[in-house]
Design a protein around this ligand. Structure first.
Ligand code: HEC
Length: 494
């Protein structure tokens, strides 16, 4: 039994899901004593493990610790061979995944690096994203993560795509969604050489419409595709892949820039290939996005700093589509939970407003953070929110409809309901109260702070959505209009 075998394994090769399988179903049944991860800790029954507060070992030595323990510890003596040592590494990475430790095996992103190396011998898929869509595993096992790393553009999905010649049914979702418009992608990588594969398919313009979409793509400022007209290249609903090799990166990110000379650029999936281990950590842009001017007709002066995140400021909103609305930084207003509710954008005195009406009391909607590379909403934290609203209501000032705003945090037991639960994290006003309302129907500032008892640094206690709910005094003849929302001191979890 050698524990050095564990230490020798390259972290990038470690299969974290095999670690999870072994944890739950291996010859040593870890769950029997430690339980399954509950969003914060492995809770027991016999001995809880807090991945952020290991007391018996360190993350760097976790693999060796488990290797030795499986041979003779945990009162099991259950396994002590080379396979067991490998599993120890995988399990260490699995436990490490839930920690803030960045020193050991921090390269896991849920990405597959399983596709076969090409002729160059060593390149693997570093990133594979399904543009405009969710994570998907193709029939051949290739994994694409949800759309991420993009700036600007719009997402779209075809509702009438039922088959594509030569493409497995299971793989259709890769081609169903797209990012379109003028946009960029920045993939964090170490400086070096990379290959890119761009998956393109015209699903919007009909076969007779050649010339209606023509676009260019650059990588690191160099043309990799010029005058792409998908209908000329292959035709309607006929995917093709544009490959570019030998892209030199010297600025820590591989940047792809999509621009159109006719209509809009469109991309369905992107694969970035390079040397194993050449991904770099993602650093979210938490700086100001948008113009963030206080709307002309609003009272109250909320200042925006570089640490704040402007979720909505009356600019750059797309159209409401199926009761969803894209906001800055790839956030989305969605999950309107009253079937009769109306969600609209309206022109306001300056900029646009998000208008919510025709909905009952205790209804609302969610603001959902962009997906991280595992396809789940990115966790974040912030100290409060400055919100401008106005009303259309017959209620008199002093009795204006109230609303609550609460954080839906990672691992919350019942994220879609139970706002009354003692665990629900409502934002509070300067009197530590919720719900809140304005004193006038005209545009006014509401300043909220995150609940004081919130432990920002504990795992499982950071947000990934915000829930807006209309409360006392609200009825379906009222309309509330959101003019601007800024999250103060905002950070994504790294
Ligand atoms: C029979 C109960 C039992 C089983 C089964 C068990 N453990 Fe433990 N584990 C413990 C106890 C008790 C401790 C505390 C240290 C000790 O007594 O050895 C511990 C400690 C640990 C620690 C260190 C935690 C810290 O705070 O530093 C880790 C990690 C761990 N176990 C992982 C595992 C894994 C992975 C498995 C499955 C391969 C496993 N355990 C199976 C009982 C068990």
């Amino acid at each position: 039994m050698s524990s050095s075998s564990a230490a020798a394994v390259d972290c990038a090769d470690v299969d974290v899901s095999a670690g999870e399988d072994f944890y739950t179903g291996g010859p040593v049944n870890c769950t029997q004593c430690h339980g399954t991860y509950n969003g914060m800790v492995f809770p027991g029954p016999v001995r809880p493990i807090d991945p952020n507060d290991l007391t018996e070992t360190t993350h760097a030595e976790l693999a060796q610790y488990l290797d030795a323990k499986m041979a003779g510890g945990f009162n099991m003596g259950a396994c002590a061979d080379a396979a067991c040592s490998n599993r120890a590494v995988e399990m260490a990475k699995y436990i490490n995944k839930y920690s803030n430790d960045t020193n050991w095996c921090n390269t896991d992103t849920g990405m597959s690096s399983s596709s076969a190396p090409t002729g160059d011998g060593e390149f693997v898929d570093l990133y594979a994203i399904n543009a405009g869509g969710k994570a998907i595993t193709l029939q051949d096992g290739t994994e694409f993560t949800a759309d991420f790393y993009s700036n600007a553009g719009n997402t779209g999905a075809l509702t009438d795509l039922f088959n594509i010649e030569g493409v497995a049914q299971q793989d259709l979702d890769l081609y169903r969604t797209e990012r379109w418009g003028e946009f960029t992608y920045d993939f964090p990588v170490k400086d070096g050489t990379y290959d890119v594969k761009l998956y393109v398919m015209e699903g919007w313009f009909g076969p007779q419409n050649a010339g209606n979409r023509v676009f260019d793509v650059t990588a690191e400022g160099q043309n990799i595709a010029t005058d792409v007209d998908p209908l000329v290249k292959t035709g309607h609903d006929k995917p093709f892949v544009i490959e570019a090799q030998n892209i030199q990166v010297t600025d820590g990110k591989l940047s792809l820039d999509f621009t159109a000379s006719v209509d809009a650029a469109s991309i369905r999936a992107i694969v970035v290939r390079g040397l194993e281990g050449n991904k770099a950590p993602y650093e979210a842009d938490t700086g100001t996005v948008g113009t963030a001017a206080v709307p002309d007709d609003c009272s109250g002066d909320s200042q925006v700093t570089a640490n704040d995140f402007v979720l909505f400021d009356g600019s750059q909103v797309g159209a409401v589509a199926g009761k969803t609305l894209g906001l800055h930084g790839n956030w989305v207003l969605q999950e309107v939970w009253d079937a009769n509710a109306k969600l609209e954008t309206e022109n306001a005195a300056s900029g646009k407003a998000i208008a919510y009406s025709n909905a009952g009391i205790f209804t609302g909607f969610k603001f959902v953070a962009p997906s991280d590379m595992t396809g789940t909403a990115s966790a974040f934290k912030f100290s409060g929110a400055d919100i401008y609203i106005d009303y259309e209501t017959n209620n008199a000032p002093g009795n204006l409809p109230t609303f609550g705003f609460r954080v839906n945090y990672e691992g919350e037991a019942n994220p879609n309901g139970s706002g009354a639960a003692s665990t629900a994290k409502w934002m509070v006003d300067s009197n530590n109260q919720e719900p809140y309302s304005a004193n006038s129907k005209g545009c006014s500032l509401i300043q909220l702070k995150a609940p004081l008892n919130w432990n920002w640094d504990a795992p499982g206690h950071m947000g990934n959505k915000l829930i807006w709910e209309m409360k006392n005094g609200w009825s379906n003849s009222d309309k509330i209009r959101i003019r601007r929302i800024v999250f103060k001191d905002f950070e994504y979890k790294m």
